[in-house]
Design a protein around this ligand. Sequence first.
Ligand SMILES: NC(=O)C1=CN([C@@H]2O[C@H](COP(=O)(O)OP(=O)(O)OC[C@H]3O[C@@H](n4cnc5c(N)ncnc54)[C@H](OP(=O)(O)O)[C@@H]3O)[C@@H](O)[C@H]2O)C=CC1
Ligand SMILES: O=C1O[C@H](COP(=O)(O)O)[C@@H](O)[C@H](O)[C@H]1O
Length: 501
Amino acid sequence: MEPATFVLFGATGDLAKRKIYPALFQLFVDQKLPPSFSLIGLGRRGLSHESFQANVEQSLITFSRSEVKDADVMKKFLRAFRYHVLDIDRKEDYTKLLRLVEERENELNITPNRMFYLSVGPEFFETIAANIHESGLDSANGWKRLVIEKPFGHDLSSARQLNTKLNQAFNETEIYRIDHYLGKPMVQQIGHLLHSALSEQEYRTRKIASVQITANEVLGVEERAGYYDHAGAIRDMFQNHMLQLLMMLTIELPNRSSVEEVGKLKRNVMKALKPLNKTDVTHHIIRGQYGAGEIQGEQVVGYTDEPGIELGSHNDTFIAARLQINDPFWKDTPIYIRTGKRLKEKATRIVIEFNSEGPLKDLLIIEIGPNERIFFQRSQSGMENSDVEIPIRSQHSFMKEVVKDAYEILIHDALIGDKTYFAHWDEVELSWEWVQPILDAYRENLLPLHIYPAGTYGPSESDKLLEIDGFHWWFDAKNVSINDATKGESFEAQKAELIEL
Ligand SMILES: NC(=O)C1=CN([C@@H]2O[C@H](COP(=O)(O)OP(=O)(O)OC[C@H]3O[C@@H](n4cnc5c(N)ncnc54)[C@H](OP(=O)(O)O)[C@@H]3O)[C@@H](O)[C@H]2O)C=CC1
Ligand SMILES: O=C1O[C@H](COP(=O)(O)O)[C@@H](O)[C@H](O)[C@H]1O
């Protein structure tokens, strides 16, 4: 791996502490960082190199998943860390930063490969990219990469404008847009797993009746009111993570696919998605907001009583949607997506329901979080019994190894220059295009805002969205719980057999 300098904007922030430092440390322990690695942390607050290193150490002690918490190993890792005071708007701070970066490159005798990681609010992305360019930080004789956190824009036009600005300093091949769902090991495999799991016959005869993609959260808005109250579930989760899950599920990736192939396949899915207009939205989208309720035995306040939330806010904390992909394979299969905060349980999962006569349904279940697994199950709606799980034995490493954190995978990919599991501009733009009529309908209040009690599965209208098509959400406690699986029949063809992928 080539040597590199990791220039981290927002080095004193929450994401850096909880995710970026632990991921880098794990890569260090696994010997997956470049041998000559240097990190320069940036922020406004004045810190010495030593106190910065001490803060990073503290975050490793609190958040690292590594079993190695040995003081000597940490010290060795922390030796690579320096801190520099920088105000994003002050051009002279970038000139000083350039000097420090060059000094470190000379000390370590490394090629000036520079990775600029923007772990700061999105309002700063344009300014930082422009100042990097003007200061000459981007013009050394090595590679340069820009890693940016979400959200990428606030709507279609702001996303386009942001992209144009970033392109003045970095070209598309140098921009790495993080969507941490794309770093989840199961998500990287889902298209492949789905297509391998379906037998040839099922695949050809198109027996899939429906697809459900769920990302339920127990957490509320927490300390992020300022951001979330202007984003809502639609921008925070749906436009990015949920549509990425849809793309990853419905493309079939050849084994060694290039970044261009992946981008093209994902683009095709988004282009085939039947567009909504403002008036269709009412039939396809359910908007919700949590009220007060009980979560895991504790009373919690409603969204509008959360600290920092605007009085009478109409912001959405839940969205459910019915989508349709107009391509030969998926055209008759409704796809339902839902995500929300303050729901009964944390669960990110995909359920594929197969066509069948009678009450027993054959399901393929792909659990993405909190645990990762994939299995077939025969289930009966509304009953406490459902049947034998047929786990799918996979050769894929994630089934055998400790599951890696998405940030470990994505930071490593960025360091080696692999953009496969980053959001490409075309698909980001197409996602905003699809979502824009919903944003318009929200703004014009064309869609009711359903208040749901915290600790439930969202507004009952989200159930009706499926009921009119003859379906229901699987595995809500009122239907069948995955954990309550008991004995019964299993898929005839796969009975008692593990399925090898
Ligand atoms: N936290 C999370 O779980 C997630 C965050 N994100 C995204 O990551 C990014 C960072 O979020 P998070 O870490 O939570 O934010 P925080 O508010 O915790 O941190 C913001 C960071 O930006 C720095 N900063 C703010 N203003 C300036 C300025 N004018 N000049 C220089 N530095 C500045 C702060 O440093 P200082 O105060 O020292 O100036 C601080 O290090 C955001 O884009 C967010 O949307 C994405 C997914 C999850
Ligand atoms: O990006 C975000 O994701 C988290 C949910 O991520 P997960 O990996 O725990 O499923 C969400 O809580 C947050 O609001 C959002 O910004």
